[in-house]
Design a protein around this ligand. Structure first.
Ligand SMILES: NC(=O)c1ccc[n+]([C@@H]2O[C@H](COP(=O)([O-])OP(=O)(O)OC[C@H]3O[C@@H](n4cnc5c(N)ncnc54)[C@H](OP(=O)(O)O)[C@@H]3O)[C@@H](O)[C@H]2O)c1
Length: 281
C-alpha cells in the first residue's frame, strides 16, 4: 500500500502551519498523497498554504487538538469533504511551556498528551487497513524517565500498562507540580523542561498501549518519533538546532518504511529505534 504507484494516501499532519509539521507537509506536497494541513487557526493555515504555493493536493483542516468540539468538527469534515478515510495520522501539534505551575502543566498535557489520546480515539475508526498513527514525542521523554525513580520507570514501561493507569501517572504528576511534591513522587525537579518532558514520556508510553490495542484490528501500526533538536518556535529557534526539514525527515521515515523493518509501538529518531528510558545524545 505504500508504493508511490498505488492509490493516493490520505495523510493528516496536526499543527503543521509552521515548524517541523510544515516541513513535513512541504515534503509530502511533492507526492501524489492527499495531505491535510492541520491548523488550529485557519488564517495561519491559509498563510502556510500560500507559503507552500497552494499545491492542489494539500488542504487546510481546522483542528485544535485540545478541543473535543474541534476534533468532532474536523472528523466530520474528513468524512464529508475528504472521503472519510485516513492512511496516516501524524500527531505533530504540541506546546512547550517552561513555567513550573499547575496551569502550565494542565495546558501542556491537554495538547501534548490528552489531545493526542482524544484525537486518536476519534479518528481511529477512519484509519484504513494497514494505516499508521505516528505520535511525535521527544528524546526528552526518555531522558526524564532515566532521571526518575525506579518505581516510576517500572510503571511507565509496564508491558501491561493501561490508559487508565497512564492517566493516573499523568494526573499524579500534574498534582505534584501544584503541591510541590515532584521529588517525593519520584521525578527529578532539575530535569530539563520537566513538564514538557514528562508529557513526552507519557506519549511514548501511550504509543505502546495503542500499538498493543489496535494492531489486531486492521493491522494499524502506531509509532512514536523524536524529530531531533530543531530550531523552531517551540524552543524560540534555539541556537544549534538543526533545520526543521531534518526533523520532518525523521517522521517521514516512519511514514514510508516497510513494516517488516519497524517494531509496532517503537520509538524512533532519524531511522534508529530508541529506548523508552535512557540518556540519548
Ligand atoms: N523543535 C524541536 O527541537 C523538537 C524536538 C523534539 C520534539 N519536537 C516535537 O516536534 C513537534 C513539532 O514541534 P515544532 O518544533 O515544529 O514546534 P512549533 O514550530 O512550535 O510548531 C508547533 C505546532 O503545533 C501547533 N499547536 C500548538 N497547540 C495546538 C493545538 N492545541 N491544536 C493544534 N495545533 C496546535 C502550533 O500551532 P500555532 O502556530 O497555532 O501555535 C504549531 O503549528 C512537537 O510535537 C514537538 O514537541 C520538537
Amino acid at each position: 500500500m505504500f508504493s508511490k504507484s498505488q492509490q493516493p494516501r490520505v495523510i493528516l499532519v496536526t499543527g503543521s502551519n509552521k515548524g517541523i509539521g510544515f516541513e513535513l507537509v512541504k515534503s509530502l506536497s511533492n507526492s501524489n498523497d492527499m495531505v491535510l494541513l492541520g491548523c488550529r487557526n485557519p488564517e495561519r493555515g491559509n498563510d502556510a498554504l500560500i507559503r507552500l504555493g497552494s499545491p492542489p493536493n494539500v488542504h487546510c483542516l481546522q483542528l485544535d487538538v485540545s478541543s473535543e468540539e474541534s476534533i468532532v468538527q474536523a472528523k466530520n469534515e474528513i468524512e464529508h469533504k475528504y472521503g472519510g478515510q485516513l492512511d496516516i495520522l501524524v500527531n505533530n501539534a504540541a506546546c512547550g511551556d517552561l513555567e513550573l505551575t499547575v496551569d502550565s502543566a494542565r495546558k501542556t498535557f491537554s495538547v501534548n498528551y490528552y489531545g493526542i489520546k482524544m484525537l486518536n480515539e476519534y479518528l481511529f475508526p477512519l484509519i484504513r487497513k494497514n494505516g499508521r498513527i505516528i505520535n511525535v514525542a521527544s528524546a526528552c521523554g526518555s531522558v526524564v524517565l532515566s532521571e526518575a525513580s525506579k518505581y516510576l520507570q517500572d510503571q511507565y514501561s509496564l508491558s501491561t500498562l493501561t490508559t487508565r493507569q497512564l492517566n493516573q501517572l499523568v494526573e499524579d504528576f500534574i498534582s505534584s507540580v501544584g503541591t510541590n511534591n515532584i521529588e517525593q513522587l519520584g521525578y527529578n525537579p532539575q530535569s530539563l523542561y520537566l513538564i514538557y518532558s514528562v508529557s513526552k514520556a507519557a506519549v511514548i508510553a501511550l504509543t505502546r498501549i495503542e500499538a498493543r490495542q489496535w494492531s489486531s484490528a486492521r493491522g494499524i501500526l502506531v509509532f512514536s518519533v523524536c524529530p531531533g533538536f530543531c530550531a523552531t518556535d517551540i524552543n524560540q529557534n534555539a541556537p544549534g538546532g538543526r533545520h526543521p526539514k531534518l526533523g520532518a525527515e525523521s517522521i517521514l521515515y516512519l511514514i514510508n518504511t516497510d513494516e517488516n523493518k519497524l517494531e509496532n509501538g517503537g520509538f524512533y529518531r532519524d531511522g534508529q529505534q530508541l529506548a523508552q528510558i535512557g540518556r540519548i545524545d
